[in-house]
Design a protein around this ligand. Structure first.
Ligand SMILES: NC(=O)c1ccc[n+]([C@@H]2O[C@H](COP(=O)([O-])OP(=O)(O)OC[C@H]3O[C@@H](n4cnc5c(N)ncnc54)[C@H](OP(=O)(O)O)[C@@H]3O)[C@@H](O)[C@H]2O)c1
Length: 314
């Protein structure tokens, strides 16, 4: 367990940009850090900085009570730890048959998986780890690698509260930990929901840039103002708590920015994109949300009524 001032050993498996940044931050804070990566040379800088390169995943897990995983996805974890765990475990679907509970190197260990995948993959992995005597904490890192360990970095976690609390001081070195609850799927759910906002915003920014450059306007004339629009959104729509209250109460009074008005604007964006000869799939998807509200007879309500349209499947 790690506590205030406690410099427990820690293992990091997976040395892509994220894993390297995490290991470097832990090293800087004085923790003994053991690392393992499929491509060993990616550990060179960390080893030069004082990390120990384990020869095998088993040796890496054995070196510390806590192992942080930073791999492409959860299947990579089964690829790396399945053979170590002594099970058939190379499948993303946990196969507990024949698992020699407690006999593998994972027994008594804490796995903190900061790789991305689905909430269900996290739940399956928690059961898989438990089947091998390990405790599993799920995480989702909300900043890119250069920001890891710095101000503004934060990480969603879910899983057993007591285990999270015991290791929270060490996890804080990666970014501010935001614990969501015991359900192992919660951290990935929040990670994905935030990236839903992020990825869609990035696509809209690039689509809009393509729209203006197709008209011969330099991107530099457009992008600074477009970024101002992004940052002005909170002031336009109210803080998250107030918006959540209105969505939950089903309050869409139709006094401002109705679905019909916004849908007409969405039409204009599609038509202008078509005329410009650029990709129209994103504005058509947005327009489809407004069309759905208008077809449901709710065009005179505020744009927030789209929430009720989106709650229902296609
Ligand atoms: N980069 C970001 O900005 C960012 C931000 C937030 C969250 N994340 C998440 O953090 C995780 C790591 O990100 P990253 O950018 O460091 O990813 P990455 O560049 O894809 O690195 C992935 C790591 O996984 C290893 N790996 C992949 N498949 C494997 C397999 N089958 N067996 C063994 N090792 C395998 C790679 O090993 P090799 O070196 O041998 O290829 C590498 O160490 C991802 O889940 C990502 O979605 C990333």
């Amino acid at each position: 367990m790690s506590g205030e001032g406690d410099l427990s050993p820690v293992t990091v498996i997976g040395l892509g940009p994220m894993g390297r940044a995490m290991a470097a931050s832990l090293l800087r804070s004085g923790h003994p850090v053991t690392v393992w990566n499929r491509t060993a040379r990616r550990a060179d800088d960390l080893v030069a900085g004082g990390a120990t390169l384990a020869p095998t995943p088993a040796a890496a897990v054995a070196a510390s009570e806590l192992t942080i995983l930073s791999l492409t996805d959860y299947q990579s974890m089964y690829d790396v730890l399945g053979p170590v765990a002594g099970s058939s475990g190379t499948s993303a679907v946990p196969d507990r048959a024949g698992v020699p509970d407690g006999s593998g190197v994972l027994d008594g260990r804490v796995l903190v998986n900061l790789s991305s995948d689905t909430p269900d993959a996290s739940r399956h992995a928690a059961a898989w780890a438990a089947g091998h005597g390990a405790t599993f904490v799920t995480g989702g890192v909300m900043v890119p690698a250069p920001a890891v360990g710095g101000p503004g970095a934060y990480v969603f976690y879910s899983g057993p509260r007591a285990v999270f609390d015991a290791h929270e001081p060490m996890l804080r070195l990666i970014g501010e930990p935001r614990y969501l609850g015991e359900d192992p799927g919660l951290a990935q759910l929040f990670y994905q929901a935030h990236l839903d906002v992020f990825l869609t915003a990035l696509s809209s920014l690039l689509h809009a840039t393509a729209l203006v450059t197709a008209a011969g306007v330099p991107a530099a004339d457009f992008l600074p103002g477009a970024l101002d629009t992004l940052t002005a959104i909170p002031a336009m729509i109210g803080d998250g708590a107030d918006l959540a209250r209105r969505l939950e109460a089903g309050e869409h009074p139709g006094d401002l920015s109705t679905a019909r008005m916004m849908g007409t604007t969405a039409d204009h964006i599609v038509w202008t994109s078509e005329k410009a000869g650029i990709d129209t799939r994103l504005p058509k998807a947005v327009r489809a949300h407004y069309d759905k509200a208008i077809a449901a007879g709710r065009g005179t309500e505020n744009w927030t009524v789209l929430y009720e349209m989106l709650e229902a499947g296609d």
